[in-house]
Design a binder for this molecule. Structure first.
Ligand SMILES: [Zn+2]
Length: 297
């Protein structure tokens, strides 16, 4: 590939990136103020989003993104690694934006099947949805031992939940109850196949510590409803995340009602009076609490 066409691709992507940055605050502005959908600013933002979507879907930008991805795969081991990772993250943000703007704009075509759409939080300090897994994902026959060890080493509690009281047989789907005293109860529903016994998390439902609800119902409280929705979005982006990573995440909710949002430094959000229910994994610094609206800006 010639230097000319490469530099052309880079300037194309830089342009897309800066237009995208310009629009990043639009969803938050929409949430934070009471201006109506018909306001000229909002209409203008929607128009910009639509135009940007078209640019990103154009053959030239798609080709540039593909070249970037191939180059990343080839050079992932060398010193360019960091910069390329940034490029990939940029690309993911572009895809995320695409998927969001197609929700907002029902007339636009859905993204092409090949385009990846993982949710990657916007941050400069190596943020990711989950810590990267270094140990093999837990299998169903290892669950009892895992639970015993967990309860021995943590202040929160894990139990296998069964429909029939007193039964110890692990069902499929298997349900595990996770409790942080006076903070929350979560039911984690997992499935496994007989050939591959790795536990795959299907859903997580959060409840208040004193709510008596079944694992597949919904909490009566907004904070736990929002928390369940937030975790559902994370699972959707990482459907094969290990049970250990899930537990790592859930333990980060111990300070649910006292931890301040890392972005706005408040406990209760300005809009919904809900504490920071989003958790973002920072490679330097562990889990960070954020309000949902603050995590997206
Ligand atoms: Zn906040």
């Amino acid at each position: 590939m010639s230097v000319d066409s490469l530099s052309q691709m880079i300037s194309l992507l830089s342009d897309v990136h800066s237009r995208l940055q310009g629009l990043r605050n639009a969803p938050a502005a929409l949430l934070k103020t009471s201006i109506s959908f018909s306001s000229p600013t909002i209409r203008n933002d929607f128009e910009k989003a639509k135009l940007l979507t078209e640019t990103i879907r154009s053959d030239s930008v798609q080709a540039a993104l593909q070249t970037a991805a191939q180059s990343a795969a080839t050079h992932s081991q060398d010193k360019l690694d960091l910069n390329i990772r940034r490029e990939i993250r940029k690309r993911r943000r572009v895809s995320l934006f695409l998927s969001r703007s197609s929700v907002l704009n029902s007339n636009s075509r859905p993204p092409s099947p090949g385009s990846p759409q993982p949710y990657v939080p916007h941050d400069h300090r190596n943020a990711s949805l989950f810590p990267s897994d270094v140990i093999p994902p837990l299998q169903c026959h290892d669950l009892p031992d895992y639970i015993r060890e967990f309860n021995r080493t943590h202040s929160s509690r894990l139990h296998i939940w069964t429909r029939v009281r007193g039964s110890t047989q692990l069902g499929n789907p298997a349900v595990v109850r996770f409790t942080i005293r006076d903070v929350l109860v979560c039911y984690i529903t997992m499935e496994y196949s007989t050939s591959e016994s790795v536990l795959v998390t299907e859903s997580i439902a959060a409840f208040g510590p004193r709510e008596k609800k079944s694992p597949h119902s919904q909490s009566d409280y907004l904070v736990y409803q929002t928390l369940s929705q937030q975790i559902a979005r994370m699972l959707q982006s990482h459907p094969r995340v290990s049970f250990q990573s899930i537990m790592n995440l859930l333990c980060a909710y111990e300070g649910l009602f006292i931890e301040r949002c890392a972005t706005c430094e408040r406990v209760l959000s300005a809009e919904g009076h809900v504490p920071p229910v989003a958790r973002v994994w920072m490679r330097e610094g562990g889990w960070e609490a954020r309000h949902i609206s603050c995590a997206q800006v």
